[in-house]
Ligand binder design. Structure first.
Ligand code: NDP
Ligand code: NDP
Length: 316
């Protein structure tokens, strides 16, 4: 199978691994790229020197294409972009910011640009700024989330109807069935986060991976809506946020409650109660820690089986 996305990125399968803070270092990105998908290094948790190290290690570990995700709200974006061009990274996913700011610079340097959006307004803005594709990320997704709370089921067809560039669906996709559904909604590919956060090669703390595969329905909630909405796994910190929010906490109170480096504390250092545990709703369906290649192959195999099943349906 080849389509606009496999051709754009020069990859085998239309499966993109999400850039995830504290989870997607060079080990995960290179494992996904070697398996035929597109691996992404998540620069959001990396100081510039660490990012350079991860890009260099990724180039050593794979000769396939890989990308870097840059959340535009992070500090030192300028330095990060310079490193990306110096290291000749060929694909960049930008998120959490205005696509007009960096797309032209990246395109001038011959880099393929994909921007992550959660509503039509930003999809149109990304297309107008010259992005080559967009990721449409719905409400089910882990971590930072859109304010509109539009689910993937509603967001993807809405965006596909409004833009001409390829659309990569994200949020709630962790199986071949979900992938097929996203393609039926009009997506050209899928971006998968949570299912790869629990890969053996993910740099997340082992206790965080274990907590994810033990999670059940309703264990993640969208919190911090008055600051930046973020989907979190239930723990003491998330409960404290919920309590503060029930009492009407404003952005200032939430910033104080959040403090600094809570995502690192939970996801990387393994504090399962006081850390901030960012993961998607699909965690309720994840049951084991496995190599990334196995995860990708299973998703692709199920996608093909389900595609056959659905195309064979007949109604009289
Ligand atoms: P890696 O080669 O996997 O990582 C190299 C460096 O990148 C490490 O400094 C490591 O931090 C850091 N790092 C790994 N994954 C990430 C990530 N997803 N986001 C941000 N930084 C990451 O591991 P090594 O065993 O060779 O460790 C070398 C160093 O890499 C370590 O100092 C490690 O801290 C750091 N590292 C940082 C990560 C990070 O997210 N910041 C992820 C993985 C490793 P650390 O030393 O704290 O493990
Ligand atoms: P924090 O701002 O709490 O802390 C920064 C973390 O990123 C630290 O763990 C730090 O590592 C690491 N880091 C990696 N590269 C850099 C860099 N270049 N400069 C500074 N720190 C770096 O991080 P969060 O990840 O929680 O938040 C990221 C941004 O998003 C912040 O601006 C925050 O205000 C904003 N935000 C976050 C929300 C959330 O729910 N997390 C909600 C709303 C806004 P180290 O500890 O090793 O120094």
């Amino acid at each position: 199978m080849s389509n606009r996305i496999t051709e754009l990125f020069n990859i085998k399968y239309p499966i993109v691994q999400a850039g995830m803070v504290w989870c997607s270092g060079w080990r995960l990105a290179s494992a996904v790229s070697n398996a035929g998908g597109l691996g992404i290094i998540g620069a959001g948790s990396m100081y510039p020197a660490v990012l350079r190290q991860h890009i260099q290690k990724c180039k050593q570990a794979t000769d396939r294409p890989f990308a870097v995700n840059v959340p535009l709200l992070y500090p030192e974006v300028q330095e990060i972009m310079e490193i990306i061009t110096e290291e000749k990274v060929s694909i960049v996913f930008t998120s959490a910011g205005n696509p007009a700011t960096w797309t032209e610079y990246l395109k001038r340097n011959g880099i393929i640009v994909v921007h992550v959006i959660a509503n039509s307004k930003f999809a149109l803005k990304a297309e107008a700024s010259g992005a080559d594709a967009i990721v449409a990320e719905g409400f089910e997704a882990g971590g930072h989330n859109g304010r509109e709370e539009t689910t993937t089921m509603c967001l993807v067809p809405m965006i596909c109807a409004r833009v001409k560039i390829p659309v990569i669906a994200a949020g709630g996709i962790g199986s071949g069935r979900a992938m097929l559904a996203a393609m039926a909604l009009g997506a050209d590919a899928v971006q998968i986060g949570s299912a790869f956060a629990v890969a053996e090669e993910s740099s997340a703390h082992p206790d965080f991976k274990h907590r994810i595969i033990s999670a059940g329905e309703g264990d993640t909630k969208l919190r911090m809506k008055k600051l930046v909405p973020v989907r979190l796994l239930k723990n003491e910190f998330a409960d404290a946020v919920a309590q503060a929010e029930a009492q009407g906490a404003d952005a200032e109170v939430l910033v104080r409650l959040l403090g600094r480096a809570r995502a690192k504390l939970g996801m990387f250092e393994g504090d399962m109660e006081q850390g901030e545990l960012e993961i998607g709703q699909v965690s309720a369906m994840l049951k084991q820690v496995r190599p990334a290649e196995e995860i990708l192959n299973e998703i692709w195999k199920e996608f093909l089986i389900e595609k056959e099943r659905v195309s064979g349906l007949s109604f009289k």
